[in-house]
Design a protein around this ligand. Structure first.
Ligand SMILES: Nc1ncnc2c1ncn2[C@@H]1O[C@H](COP(=O)(O)OP(=O)(O)OP(=O)(O)O)[C@@H](O)[C@H]1O
Length: 364
């Protein structure tokens, strides 16, 4: 089931010479209960897109559907009602400083006209959910950044929304606090089945939290899909930059990188290719590179590498200098990696006089 559907959404701020085109023809579908990341550099249009989901910004064109309701077609009162089912949290929390934690959380409940007894009970439930039991009488100024964001999350969840929008929710927090807030969002997603959309410029947030991701630049979605797919085979330079992967061209300058592993004592051959190798799932935990080197009687040096998880999926990627010596052997290495489910890209050669395959790209 699809909870959020954006169809050809465009947004222009202002008019005439002052106008800024923030979004162009964005179409996204977000399945129920998933965590969806919007990632991109500053000015890409992420926040604008997020704010179009609850019509805090009205799209200049296109349609926004949440829970099968076309929001732009609603009158004021119905839109207010629909927005109660779409919670939102912000980078700077947006708490009411003159009100206690309990009153902050109860605020949307008051707007929804719940009785005092109902509000008190719901506030207690929410305080427990976000790990702030006993904090009801504190004021925001008495809380840490992480605690303030927990209050904001409790407030956003007060009316039992089906959707939670998070605009750079951890960008003002230190890494440890960021981690605890991301854990809380994961827990809420799993316990309540909430659909979460999270805007971030941090790849680590997507890696830890998201099921799907859309990469944005210049108001457009460059690519989108399950996180493992997008991270395994990035199609755009912006995605590569965010992932810290070099562009697939140029000769190799090994002095720029740390050698973290070297195949046992072999002298380098006259020609080598720099390969970017990535794999997800069970293969990420297998000694795939060593197997392929043994099979093809070649050696390699890992220039860079990470073995990590994408939410629950193991994920490994390496930049490797592979001593192959000939085009045929290089092809054998690539084929063998491919047969093991790896994504392989040839990024260049160490031998400019006899290039193996400059600027070639092999997608497997
Ligand atoms: N209220 C506004 N009025 C005019 N232009 C705006 C407004 N809000 C955003 N913009 C412009 O729209 C474009 C997209 O901005 P947006 O904030 O959506 O990007 P972003 O990817 O969220 O960036 P950041 O990470 O810096 O917040 C930018 O060029 C920005 O200057």
């Amino acid at each position: 089931m699809i909870t959020i559907r954006l169809h050809n959404v465009s947004k222009t701020y202002g008019s005439g010479k002052q106008s800024v085109r923030a979004l162009t023809d964005v179409s996204i579908e977000i399945p129920s209960g998933e965590i969806f990341g919007l990632i991109g550099y500053s000015g890409a249009g992420k926040s604008t897109l997020l704010r179009c989901i609850n019509l805090l910004e009205r799209p200049s064109a296109g349609e926004v559907w949440v829970d099968d309701v076309a929001l732009q077609r609603l009158g004021k009162r119905d839109l207010q009602q629909a927005r109660r089912k779409i919670g939102m949290i912000f980078q700077h929390f947006h708490l009411l400083h003159s009100k206690t934690v309990a009153d902050n959380i109860a605020f949307p409940l008051k707007l929804a006209k719940l009785s005092k007894a109902q509000r008190q009970q719901r506030v207690q439930e929410l305080l427990h959910l976000v790990g702030l039991a006993g904090y009801e009488h504190k004021y925001p100024a008495q809380l840490s950044g992480g605690q303030k964001q927990r209050v904001a999350i409790a407030r956003a969840l007060a009316n039992d929304p089906t959707v939670l929008l998070c605009d750079e929710a951890t960008s003002a927090l230190d890494p440890q606090t960021t981690d605890s807030i991301l854990d809380l969002l994961l827990q809420i997603n799993r316990r309540l089945g909430l659909t979460i959309v999270i805007v971030t410029h941090e790849i680590a947030v997507v890696r830890k939290l998201c099921d799907r991701v859309a990469v944005m630049a210049n108001g457009r979605v460059l690519e989108q899909g399950p996180v493992a797919e997008v991270f395994l085979a990035p199609q755009h330079d912006v995605t590569r930059q965010l992932l810290g992967i070099a562009a697939p061209h140029g000769t190799v300058d090994t002095t720029q990188e740390d050698t973290v592993a070297t195949a046992a004592g072999e002298p380098p051959m006259s020609a080598a290719a720099r390969l970017h190798v990535a794999c997800a799932g069970a293969q990420a935990n297998q000694p795939v590179l060593a197997e392929v080197a043994a099979m093809t009687n070649t050696t390699y040096t890992i220039l860079r590498g990470t073995v990590d998880t994408l939410k629950d999926t193991p994920f490994a990627r390496f930049t490797v200098l592979w001593n192959t010596g000939s085009q045929a052997t290089l092809q054998a290495v690539v084929d063998a990696l491919r047969a093991r489910g790896c994504q392989v890209e040839i990024q260049g050669t160490t031998s400019p006089d006899t290039p193996i395959q400059a600027e070639a790209e092999v997608t497997v």
